[in-house]
Design a protein around this ligand. Structure first.
Ligand code: FES
Length: 106
């Protein structure tokens, strides 16, 4: 599922629940920095939901590591987003500093 941050209309990050754990990544393909991953809202996974897939050129990424295992950015990785859970079980995303700077310029 994707989430916006400061820029409505485009997901800044997305979260995947996989094998009982949450994994969060910036919506930014390492093959073409600045390119979003999904071809439509919340479409981040392949058909059998075993890999994250970029709609740009079909790169595939492991859900739990974000490492590209197939495609033009083989060996590169998605940028992780740290998730914190507060005392009331609300989940907060900690956006990496570099990503925040880029967002503030736009
Ligand atoms: S932009 Fe993601 S694979 Fe090319």
């Amino acid at each position: 599922m994707g989430f916006t941050y400061k820029s409505p209309g485009r997901d800044k990050l997305f979260v995947v629940k996989h094998q009982g754990r949450l994994h969060a990544w910036l919506n930014d393909c390492p093959h073409w920095p600045g390119s979003p991953m999904a071809w439509r809202r919340d479409a981040y996974l392949n058909r059998d939901a075993t890999r994250i897939v970029c709609s740009g050129h079909g790169a595939e990424f492991e859900i739990h590591t974000g490492r590209c295992t197939h495609g033009p950015c083989l060996g590169d990785s998605l940028q992780p987003v740290k998730l914190d859970i507060d005392a009331e079980w609300r989940i907060h995303a900690v956006i990496p500093a570099e990503a925040s700077k880029l967002e503030d310029k736009g």
